[in-house]
Write a protein that binds this ligand. Structure first.
Ligand SMILES: Cc1cc2nc3c(=O)[nH]c(=O)nc-3n(C[C@H](O)[C@H](O)[C@H](O)COP(=O)(O)O)c2cc1C
Length: 444
């Protein structure tokens, strides 16, 4: 992994795409939620483009109003990735598993087994759950914030201790009669306030030792935990300035925690819809937006444009009087963008089709515009790479691979091919096996 190259992961959180209407498009298989072949195909397309990993977020409850939408998350990320592992060779496989419910022995076992059978391609997005609906599914009430993070710390340390409990020194099976050297497959006897384990975990090292750890960007307790354990931090900054500031804050906190800041990769979420022209890309987005009620977004847009009155002509550019009245909220990247688009002469419907209200910065445009966005953020130090989101996986992952990846390669900011075999190689993070000694002995 060369630091001149950006890291690209693709979010395959559900089977259809990031747009809630993707499942309704005529070319989309509406049963993709339960059809593993569809997810496998998306992962293979991403692998063809040399993307470093696929990523599956998770919520432990039914998310999405089934009367109008598909379930918004995967049936089960780890089981799904096991199937994807068998159908792919190089691409990394990152899945979310909550630290709030499962016993660390079970988490350690499933994740490391997946890492072994995929030849070292696994990433674990370790998140503490916070939604009452998730806790209800385990017959529980959400705990206080400090208890939630206390459990997270204990789970992270117990899982990693279990991962390291079958030492490299145990060796390979010797058919003369010794399968492994038991002196190096040892109990860990690690007990916290909320979880604990005896060990050992009967899973030998994978090709990358143990899974790469991913954690979401957060502040306070979350930041403190992420800089202790994470190899990759994923985030949703809304502007280059915010991304740069958050990345810097993480690098600083990592150094204070005794880490080399270079060992933590900061990835920003971004969304893309590509077309041969900007108009084509907007029309693709409009075909999806047509399935949603525009009244709410229009009301929100008038507020973001700083207008007192509602926008009543969604297909006409703003009038001169309206353009004189618009005013961006200086602190809000979405408002600034909406005002820019209004001044450029786009109609309210087209401004919305530019994805101004997506939860992360999005580009609806040509491959060159998409590449410009990625390059600008990367070169500005606002991210080490990106978590790519696509409205409609069935077309957009392929478009990105065929149209955007060649531009990034031409500009020298994306690798030509996988240089190594494991996810750790793909993202350029150092080896680790078991609990990082820094955690038990303090900064060196
Ligand atoms: C980029 C990003 C991705 C996240 N992915 C998930 C996820 O897949 N599942 C989940 O339950 N929470 C996810 N979260 C939420 C975090 O786990 C965390 O609960 C949230 O950021 C609130 O943090 P706090 O508890 O420190 O307030 C994500 C957060 C961010 C910023």
């Amino acid at each position: 992994m060369n630091s001149e190259h950006m890291i690209l992961g693709v979010a395959l959180t559900n089977s259809f795409g990031a747009h809630p209407a993707a499942w309704r498009l005529p070319h989309v298989n509406p049963e993709a939620y339960t059809d593993i072949d569809v997810t496998v195909e998306h992962a293979r397309t991403a692998e063809r483009g040399g993307l470093q990993f696929v990523f599956i977020a998770d919520r432990l409850f039914l998310h999405g109003d089934l009367a109008v939408s598909n379930p918004l998350f995967n049936m089960d990320p780890i089981v799904t990735l096991s199937a994807v592992a068998q159908a792919t060779e190089r691409i990394g496989l990152a899945g979310t598993a909550s630290t709030s419910f499962f016993e660390p022995y079970l988490l350690a076992r499933q994740l490391k087994t997946l890492d072994v059978i995929s030849n070292g391609r696994v990433g674990w997005n370790a998140v503490p759950s916070f939604e009452p609906d998730a806790f209800a599914n385990f017959g529980k009430e959400p705990p206080a914030r400090e208890k939630k993070y206390e459990r997270l710390h204990e789970v992270m340390q117990v899982v990693q201790a279990l991962w390291g409990s079958w030492g490299y020194e145990a060796g390979k099976p010797d058919q003369q009669g010794r399968y492994a050297d038991p002196a190096h497959v040892k109990p860990v006897n690690l007990y916290g306030t909320q979880v604990g384990t005896r060990g050992p975990l009967p899973v030998p090292p994978s090709e990358q030792g143990q899974p790469v750890i991913i954690m979401p960007a957060s502040s306070g307790y979350g930041l403190q935990a992420a800089v202790m354990y994470a190899d990759i931090i994923i985030a949703m900054p809304s502007s280059i300035e915010e991304g740069r500031a958050q990345r810097q804050a993480i690098r600083q906190a990592a150094a204070q925690a005794g880490r080399n800041p270079e060992d933590i990769k900061y990835l920003a979420f971004a969304g893309f819809t590509t077309g041969d022209t900007e108009r084509d890309a907007l029309d693709t987005r409009l075909a999806l937006d047509a399935h949603t009620d525009i009244r709410g977004p229009l009301a929100r847009l008038s507020a973001y444009l700083g207008l007192q009155q509602q926008l009543t002509r969604p297909d006409e550019p703003l009038t001169t009087a309206q353009l004189t009245a618009v005013q961006a909220h200086p602190q809000d990247a979405r408002s600034i963008r909406a005002v820019e688009l209004a001044h450029a002469g786009w109609s309210p419907r087209d401004i919305l089709a530019h994805a101004v209200f997506d939860p992360y910065p999005s580009v609806v445009g040509t491959a060159g515009q998409v590449a410009d966005h990625l390059q600008e953020w990367f070169k500005a130090g606002a991210a080490d790479g990106f978590m790519l989101n696509f409205d409609d996986f069935s077309t957009e992952i392929g478009n990105f691979v065929e149209q955007v990846i060649p531009v990034l390669r031409e500009r020298g900011i994306f690798h030509n091919t996988y240089e190594g075999k494991t996810l750790r190689d793909h993202v350029g993070v150092p080896p680790q096996y078991g609990v990082n000694p820094r955690i038990t002995t303090g900064p060196q």
